[in-house]
Design a binder for this molecule. Structure first.
Ligand SMILES: Nc1ncnc2c1ncn2[C@@H]1O[C@H](COP(=O)(O)OS(=O)(=O)O)[C@@H](OP(=O)(O)O)[C@H]1O
Ligand SMILES: Nc1ncnc2c1ncn2[C@@H]1O[C@H](COP(=O)(O)OP(=O)(O)O)[C@@H](O)[C@H]1O
Length: 275
């Protein structure tokens, strides 16, 4: 636990917005985005923690002073997680909402972007902060180096999953709308987040309907063989087996606004629209 006066120990003298979490702890951050648990408490004592591979890193000694444990995560060697006394729960109080990820998956033309936008508008009107990570848009910048072959789609989803996790940790309702055709990639994103914070929404709209809509003319090009590896035509789409919300079939709302209302109702029920 952080001792009283921890903020002055840090050299900070900031007023706590609505009161900073009393349970602030540098060693027990239940909703942290970190993979390596924290190490040094405010009194300077160290708590050893394990790497994601389960091994305990060595304590290094520099100028005779013991340093906290260093970690290796992927190709990043000798890294160390830094905690901050302002935690997820403090940001949630500030925003009066809980961060989470609404992951919208479905074929091209199934209405993912339209739903994301309708949901964003609906929550905005309720005073709730959202941010959309749309596949098409993210591929204009962060993921511009990725193609549509399976391993690049997987990397696309992995990066967006990690970014979405950061948004959720910031207290924001992050709407990720991507085809995300592979179950294993979507499940990996789910596993990045605390239980309940990943809400998978399936746009259950048939290929026939999507192809008839074809707002960008991509299905036509794919059918003509001018786009190779197009999802639903000559590339796979694996529908979710156990998603939280399925939309598009009879009874689940057909207009984008009705669909957005279903998701808002779900978030209200689960307590995400308050701190
Ligand atoms: N080969 C192929 N297959 C599917 N989609 C294609 C392809 N080539 C380009 N596009 C356009 O890219 C948009 C999908 O990007 P995503 O990042 O959501 O795709 S994925 O999750 O990595 O599968 C998708 O946008 P949406 O129609 O909004 O889904 C298409 O406009
Ligand atoms: N619920 C809906 N009912 C009917 N048409 C829709 C619906 N949602 C979206 N559309 C239309 O379908 C097309 C594809 O929608 P879009 O949101 O771009 O899909 P995606 O992002 O999945 O490719 C657009 O022309 C859009 O206006």
């Amino acid at each position: 636990m952080i001792a009283a006066g921890a903020k002055s120990l840090l050299g900070l003298s900031i007023a706590s917005p609505k009161g900073l979490s009393d349970s602030n702890s540098l060693s027990s951050h239940s909703r942290s985005v970190g993979v390596v648990r924290s190490c040094v408490s405010m009194d300077g004592s160290q708590t050893l923690s394990h790497n994601t591979n389960g091994s305990f890193p060595e304590l290094k000694s520099i100028n005779g002073k013991k340093q906290g444990p260093l970690s290796t995560v992927g190709n990043s060697t000798n890294i160390k997680w830094h905690e901050c006394p302002v935690e997820t729960v403090d940001r949630q109080r500030l925003l009066d909402q809980k961060g989470c990820v609404i992951w919208v998956t479905g074929l091209s033309g199934s209405g993912k972007s339209t739903l994301a936008c309708a949901l964003n508008q609906m929550l905005y009107k309720k005073g709730k902060l959202c941010y959309i990570l749309d596949g098409d848009n993210v591929r204009h910048g962060l993921n511009r180096d990725l193609s549509f072959k399976a391993e690049d789609r997987a990397e696309n989803i992995r990066r967006v999953g990690e970014v979405a996790k950061l948004f959720a940790d910031a207290g924001i309702i992050c709407i990720a709308s991507l085809i995300s055709p592979y179950r294993t990639d979507r499940d990996a994103c789910r596993n990045l987040l605390p239980e309940g914070d990943f809400v998978e929404v399936f746009m259950d709209v048939s290929l026939e309907v999507c192809e008839a809509r074809d707002p960008k003319g991509l299905y036509k090009l794919a059918r003509a063989g001018k786009i190779k590896g197009f999802t639903g035509i000559d590339d796979p789409y694996e529908p979710p087996l156990n998603c939280e919300i399925s939309l598009g079939r009879e009874g689940s709302g057909t207009s984008p606004i009705e669909m957005a209302e279903v998701i808002v109702g779900y978030l209200e029920n689960k307590g995400y629209l308050q701190a």
